[in-house]
Design a protein around this ligand. Sequence first.
Ligand code: FMN
Length: 335
Amino acid sequence: MKKIKKVIKGIIPKPISAYISKRNELTILKKMVKQWIKRFMLYGFGGGLNTEGFIQLEAQIIKAYHSIEKGLAHTEIRLPFGKTAANNLSQLLIKYNLKLYSKKEFCYTTAISVLKQYFKVHDDANVNIDDIKIKFKELDLSTESNLGGTDIYNKDAIYSSIKKDFKVFSNSRRSVREFSDKKVDTDDIMAAIDLARNTPSACNRQGWIVRLIEDKTKMDIISDNQNGNTSFGDKLDKYLVITSNLEAFARPRERFQPFIDGGMYAMNLLYSLHYYGIATVPLSASLSLIQEKTIRNKLDIGDSEYIIMFIGLGNYADTFKVPKSSRKQANVKIL
Ligand SMILES: Cc1cc2nc3c(=O)[nH]c(=O)nc-3n(C[C@H](O)[C@H](O)[C@H](O)COP(=O)(O)O)c2cc1C
């Protein structure tokens, strides 16, 4: 069979065989993308047939309490806050209980821990949120854990951790949403960008591009169109925008490589910025079509580039709070 293929290939003129192979690649790519859409719709919690499997509910619960945790981490909390998120969380926890999933699971105990602190800040300030509390009346809130809430950090402790071994260094990187008024030194950002060049990538192709956004009008374009910076976007000193250039990739089987390499680069850049003492917050590029179009146009991002992530930059305040964002146990399968 292989021999016959080789003979046929030898007979067909090169431009025609190139055309055929391009068409074949397109067919395979379409098939792969179709398969991806099918699986994403089937398994994602966004509206597939089943959105109440354990992992799906766990993800929704974490997402819901994360937004409350973010609210708790503000230095000045304007009360009441987070009613929509708390309401959403109550419905998810009720669903979780109806499914008889364990109340000892990480997501459940953390959710209860966040809720208790959410109630406490309101109680301490005598702000009545009985309309929300009543939504949780059927739920067992007796689980005790300190997994949820906020952590207080100190700038000097962060700086000393940066110079220690990787374990201490890695554990001291946090997403920061409160900053000092001091500007971030551009030389430090450039040094971090230089360091992050060591990111590994498929065949060492390094298909990423990073933009440093200092111009206030351009920063506002990001803040206005990115979905997760409400309440701190205007406090950021600068933004970085990481994109992956599709021109560095080929073949249907590489369809996700731009995101993998770009994601690896984004993480390494976060660590590099941390190494240079810059406070960072990674910000999602999960944009609507219109948001993406606006950002692309205003930031001059070419059609061949895919936006991977934004990073908000600032200088550390002397002390600051962050959501605990506790982690679940590693999901390891040894085969
Ligand atoms: C791809 C990505 C997108 C994120 N998007 C946002 C965002 O839009 N807004 C935000 O406040 N935090 C965002 N974060 C930060 C996460 O909330 C944070 O990494 C997580 O809670 C873990 O906390 P830590 O970074 O402090 O360890 C994002 C993180 C990643 C990796």
